[in-house]
Design a binder for this molecule. Structure first.
Ligand code: AMP
Ligand code: ZN
Ligand code: FE
Ligand code: FE
Length: 285
């Protein structure tokens, strides 16, 4: 079983990177990818935890903005795999995005406080340097008893378009693809049709990016309905893109279990074959 999109507490998951690896192995996963938002901070710990018989693909999920194909822009997530984490452009972009995340969560925290929700800015700011996300604020809302779960916090407080939402300045997706490739990595568009999170792109946008170095699309994702999966799979076939499937596991911050969605072995091979920036880590003696 291959699951190519998991988060640890190096970003907005709840398990340590080593714990993510252990849980994936226990769930029967043979290859997993650690893809924290805008950071590679969990890579070393995860690599040390890989048991015999398991392969770790190190990656990250980049915060990007994409043309929607209708004249506007939408937020988009881009998975980068097996890139060189020391590449200057990648490092600079991830640092900028983490700073931007801190600013935006600060703004959202103040808006909540102004309405009497006593979320503690110090507890969130203590994570300075780590990529803070809305799930962290969701946890804080659970802790003060405003909601009973992080998904509920999204529904009531954190969703895009809501009263407390503040956008962040993400990286244009074509630039992010170029940067990942320059660092020897491969780029896969994460959950392009996750419609519950907001407006999504037209298929032509994927076609355009395929011509600029995009390697694949995440087709099987918990936020994709069946009809969209079928259309995406057909589009990927036409464009000769790799097709992936993944759980987007976030520990206790989301309900989806590890390996809820999976990737076919030949698709993983196609991705790994194109990468030169970092090696996969295989456990065992
Ligand atoms: P941010 O990166 O700060 O904008 O937060 C987005 C993160 O929140 C993504 O990793 C999503 O997986 C997560 N997320 C989005 N919607 C929900 C939801 N309804 N429940 C839990 N997590 C969510
Ligand atoms: Zn996340
Ligand atoms: Fe995402
Ligand atoms: Fe994710």
């Amino acid at each position: 079983m291959i699951d190519l999109h998991l988060h640890s507490n190096a970003s907005d998951g709840t398990d340590d990177p080593a714990e993510v690896v252990r849980r994936a192995a226990a769930a029967g996963v043979t290859t997993l990818a650690l893809t924290d938002h805008d950071t590679t901070a969990g890579w070393d710990e995860a690599a040390r935890a890989v048991p015999a018989g398991v392969t770790l693909v190190r990656g990250a999920e980049f915060s990007t903005t994409a043309p929607d194909g209708r004249g506007g822009e939408v937020s988009a997530h881009l998975l980068g795999y097996l890139f060189d984490p020391a590449h200057p452009a990648v490092k600079a972009d991830q640092e900028r995005l983490r700073g931007e995340r801190g600013r935006r969560i600060g703004v959202m925290t103040e808006r909540l406080r102004a309405d009497g929700y006593d979320v503690d800015p110090a507890a969130i700011a203590a994570r300075t340097g780590a990529p803070v996300g809305r799930p962290h604020l969701g946890r804080a809302l659970v802790e003060i008893g405003a909601v009973s779960s992080v998904p509920e916090a999204f529904e009531s407080f954190l969703a895009k378009g809501g009263k407390y939402y503040e956008p962040k300045a993400d990286t244009p997706i074509a630039e992010a693809v170029a940067m990942i490739r320059a660092a020897g990595g491969v780029a896969v568009w994460a959950h392009p049709w996750a419609r519950t999170r907001g407006d999504v792109i037209e298929p032509e946008v994927i076609a355009d990016l395929a011509g600029r170095g995009l390697a694949g699309v995440e087709v099987d994702h918990p936020d994709h309905v069946a009809a969209d999966r079928d259309r995406l799979r057909a589009l990927a076939r036409d464009l000769d893109l790799v097709v992936t499937g993944s759980s987007d596991y976030h520990g206790g911050n989301k309900e989806t279990p590890i390996a809820a969605e999976t990737t076919a072995p030949d698709q993983l091979e196609a991705l790994v074959a194109r990468a030169t920036g970092a090696d996969v880590v295989t456990g065992g003696p």
